[in-house]
Design a protein around this ligand. Structure first.
Ligand code: F2R
Ligand code: MG
Ligand code: MG
Ligand code: MG
Length: 314
């Protein structure tokens, strides 16, 4: 398939960063008031990003560099993540990740490092899902997107749910990129497509619940109680999906819905924002928001890199 349009690629990248920056001040709060969010949206201060965007930048650069191969190299990717963490450890990382990155930075193979946390099970956190959307920019099929998502997760998240979360979000980003905003998005079909690439009963149950919440036009607080809003992959990726699917034609509203769900707001809004931007394009976000993005420039360059003409090989 042809590369996605520049507007959609940029939308995916900026949407992720916008959700991160708009959600970050509320991370960990169970209740987010609409008035608080509206005040933060209207502020003029920079949208400083957290670990979500810091690592998405690394993964985006990694796949952009290998764009002609449509793949990724886990042995190279693992130390690239570790370098980004080492340079800015203050970006709000989870408790397990610094341990994994520390080991990788010290030369421990990623397969062992990713198993070194949580009694050998590895992380089921949403850290692999929060950074994964850029792989959809180079994926050649839905299955390929899920596979790239899974591979990118393996270097830090050995637990199957950490990996399923990344596969799910990568596949969703692929579907959102390939969707045409001039046509209604069929949420049931979208979820059925995800069922084909995320093969886990627990995830399928969440997809069923998402469909039900859409049917009932559930608000964010209700949806957060029904699906979860915590730092686990299984407890956050579904709410991000719902925020996108239920507000799929209004990119700002998708981010708003995700933040108002509370809990892991930066990450859930970042994942929802990437999907909303992938469908609706960068121009769908208010200029007043994108102008505040700390990472606007590098994200813009990456969108150019994945959609521009392929660089000639030396
Ligand atoms: N961690 C945060 N935010 C809270 C702290 C904010 C920060 N200290 C600040 O100063 O503001 N945010 C970021 O972490 C999430 C992504 O997490 P990731 O990268 O998957 O990390 P980790 O540590 O592997 O997992 C997160 C937590 O999940 C629990 N957990 C994971 N696997 C587990 C297992 N097998 N058994 C038991 N518990 C497990 C742990 O509590 C981990 O700490 C994003 O929200 C990102 O924004
Ligand atoms: Mg974060
Ligand atoms: Mg190459
Ligand atoms: Mg978070």
């Amino acid at each position: 398939p042809a590369a996605p349009s520049h507007d959609k690629a940029l939308g995916l990248l900026l949407g992720g960063a916008l959700g991160d920056g708009l959600g970050a001040p509320f991370e960990g709060r169970e209740v987010v008031e609409e008035t608080q969010l509206a005040a933060w949206e209207a502020a003029a201060t920079p949208l400083v990003h957290t670990d979500d965007t810091a690592l998405a930048l690394v993964l985006a650069a990694h796949v952009a560099e290998r764009r002609d191969e449509h793949g990724l190299d886990r042995d190279a990717l693992a130390p690239e993540f570790a370098v980004a963490w080492r340079a800015e450890p203050w970006r709000g990382y989870g408790s397990g990740t610094p341990h994994v990155f520390g080991l990788i930075g010290a030369g421990v193979p990623w397969r062992s490092a990713a198993r070194a946390t949580f009694g050998g099970q590895g992380s089921y956190g949403n850290g692999a899902a929060m950074r994964v959307a850029p792989v959809a920019l180079v994926a050649t099929s839905l299955h390929h997107a899920a596979e790239l998502g899974r591979q990118s997760a393996e270097v830090t998240h050995a637990h199957e749910h950490g990996q399923n979360g990344a596969a799910c979000q990568a596949a969703a980003a692929y579907l959102a990129l390939r969707s045409d905003r001039r046509h209604r998005l069929d949420a049931v079909r979208f979820l059925q497509d995800l069922t084909r690439v995320v093969r886990s009963r627990l995830w399928h149950e969440k997809f069923d619940r998402i469909a039900e919440l859409i049917r009932h036009e559930a608000g964010p607080a209700h949806a957060a109680r029904a699906l979860g809003n915590d730092v686990s992959a299984l407890g956050s990726v579904p709410l991000a999906l719902l925020a996108f699917l239920t507000r799929c034609d209004d990119a700002s509203m998708a981010i708003r819905y995700a933040v108002l769900g509370g809990g892991d707001t930066d990450t859930i809004a970042s994942m929802a924002g990437a999907l909303a931007g992938a469908r609706n394009g960068a121009r769908a976000f208010p200029e007043a928001w994108t102008a505040r993005l700390e990472a606007a420039e590098p994200l813009g360059r990456l969108a150019d890199q994945v959609t521009g003409p392929l660089a000639a090989r030396p």
